[in-house]
Each structure stands twice: as structure tokens, then as C-alpha cells.
Design a protein around this ligand. Structure first.
Ligand SMILES: [Zn+2]
Length: 268
């Protein structure tokens, strides 16, 4: 079973609590706390939010300003701090912590991989020491300058015993539109199962949105029906593969497009 929800507070709500009401009314079941521009929420607020929204699955998106492959050690430490700060809030209301690991800069894919892997290990050690029970989910990213193609994301997850956030819109944008049909999406699910096992298919965290791409990949998110991204085939592949987990709609139309995804999925 897949649970559908919004990236951030629904447009028609003024805060997270009202957002829970909107989600319920629309039969949606998830909200990703958007800390992309900073962790604005207090731990106590997150705890109250969970008490209010017991039936809602909360996840969190860490700040965009993260590079675990930065040249300066202070930038790496600040990146780690931002993820830990996200984890401290999320620990009160949910489990899945999505983040973009970083940029290649001028390093090779291999060197970047090793640096990012060892810095995520540092984060995992800190999470354990702080007793923070969250699942780090490195995301498949949309730009070719960003670490996070499907293969390196899955390898990283396998080696660190964590799970990915699969953003199919990013995968499409990064491929400049070539990955956009049922078979291509199905093959990605097969790859996830091959590398991470059936459990990963039963515990997925997915991002979907309309998207525009250029020669470097992702340009901007768009409403689902204003983009050529074939979300119907993604949903079909997920259904046929019997995938379970959460689908977060990152379209600018938020709840309207989340409902569109849910209806499309339910009608398959
Ligand atoms: Zn993201």
C-alpha cells in the first residue's frame, strides 16, 4: 500500500496543524516537513503535531545547504549539524529524513562517493550516540552536478545499511527525459530490490512532481500536468511491483496534485 501526501504545509492551510485537517479531509496521509531553507520547527512543536496528527506519517527534508563533499571541513561540519538538527525535531514525530548528500565539485565520482560515505557514517554515529531513531534517506538527485544517481545512491544505502528516497522526477530530469516509460521505471524498482532486498520495496519513500529539465538536469518543479514526466507509468510500475511506503508530492500544487496521484494510483 502507498500513502500519499504533501511536501510541506498544504496550500489551503496556514500551519501544520491546519494542514493535518486538510490532509484528512482529502484522504491523504502524509506530510513532509520542509526544512529546505532551515530547520524552523522546535522539538516541542513537533511532539504536539504528532499528538494531533497520530494518523499522519510525518517525514522531514533537511536543508538544501548541505555538501558532505565540501572542500572546507567547517562546511562539512555545518552540513552534519543541519542534518542532526533536522533529526532532533523529526525524532518527535516521524522517521524518514531526506537529504541531498552533496556536489561533486571537481572530484571524480569515486572520490566523491568515498568522502560522502565516510561523512554519512559520522552522522550515523552521532545519531546513535544521541539515541535519535530516524532513517537517513539520501535522495536520488536531479542535477548532474549533484551526487546522487540511482547506482551510487543504492550502493551507498547498501554499504551503510540505510534506505533511499527515490525521486522519480529527478531521475527523469537527470536522464534528460530518456527515463520516462513503464519499463524504465520498473527496471529501477528491480534494481532497488536486487541491491537492497524486498524490505526496501516494502518500505519506500518516494518523491513525485512535474519537472522541467535543461542540459544539466533539473531546472524547476512544475504541476504534474504541465510537464512531460510520465507519473502514470511510475504509479503503474509501483503498483505492479507491489511497492509500499510513502509518496510525497513536490509539485507547486501540493495537495491538489497529491490527490491527483492518489486517484490515479487507486484507479489502476
Ligand atoms: Zn529533495
Amino acid at each position: 500500500m502507498l500513502i500519499f501526501g504533501t511536501a510541506g504545509i498544504p496550500i489551503s492551510a496556514k500551519d501544520e496543524f491546519k494542514g493535518v485537517d486538510v490532509l484528512r479531509k482529502l484522504n491523504l496521509g502524509a506530510m513532509e516537513l520542509e526544512f529546505v531553507e532551515g530547520v524552523y520547527m522546535k522539538e516541542d512543536y513537533a511532539k504536539k503535531l504528532k499528538e494531533y496528527g497520530k494518523d499522519i506519517i510525518f517525514s522531514a527534508h533537511a536543508p538544501h545547504y548541505i555538501n558532505l563533499n565540501a572542500n572546507e571541513e567547517t562546511k562539512i561540519e555545518n552540513s552534519i549539524r543541519r542534518i542532526i538538527k533536522t533529526a532532533k525535531v523529526l525524532n518527535n514525530c516521524g522517521r524518514n529524513l531526506v537529504f541531498h548528500p552533496g556536489y561533486y565539485l571537481k572530484r571524480s565520482k569515486e572520490v566523491t562517493y568515498n568522502r560522502i560515505k565516510s561523512n554519512i557514517q559520522r552522522i550515523l554515529d552521532k545519531l546513535e550516540a544521541l539515541n535519535l531513531n530516524v532513517m537517513l534517506r539520501p535522495e536520488t538527485t536531479g542535477r548532474t552536478s549533484q551526487f546522487g544517481d540511482v547506482d551510487e545512491t543504492l550502493k551507498l544505502c547498501y554499504e551503510l545499511d540505510i534506505l533511499p528516497c527515490i525521486d522519480f522526477s529527478h531521475i527523469y530530469a537527470r536522464s534528460k527525459g530518456t527515463i520516462n516509460d513503464y519499463n524504465s521505471f520498473y527496471k529501477i524498482l528491480e534494481k532497488i530490490e536486487d541491491v537492497l532486498g524486498k524490505e526496501a520495496i516494502k518500505d519506500m519513500h518516494i518523491h513525485l512532481s512535474g519537472i522541467e529539465y535543461g542540459k544539466g538536469g533539473e531546472r524547476r518543479h512544475l504541476p504534474l500536468n504541465e510537464s512531460n514526466f510520465n507519473y502514470r507509468d511510475v504509479l503503474k510500475a509501483l503498483k505492479d511491483f507491489n511497492a509500499s511506503g510513502t509518496v510525497i508530492c513536490e509539485s507547486p500544487l501540493k495537495e491538489e496534485d497529491a490527490v491527483l496521484l492518489m486517484k490515479c494510483y487507486n484507479e489502476l
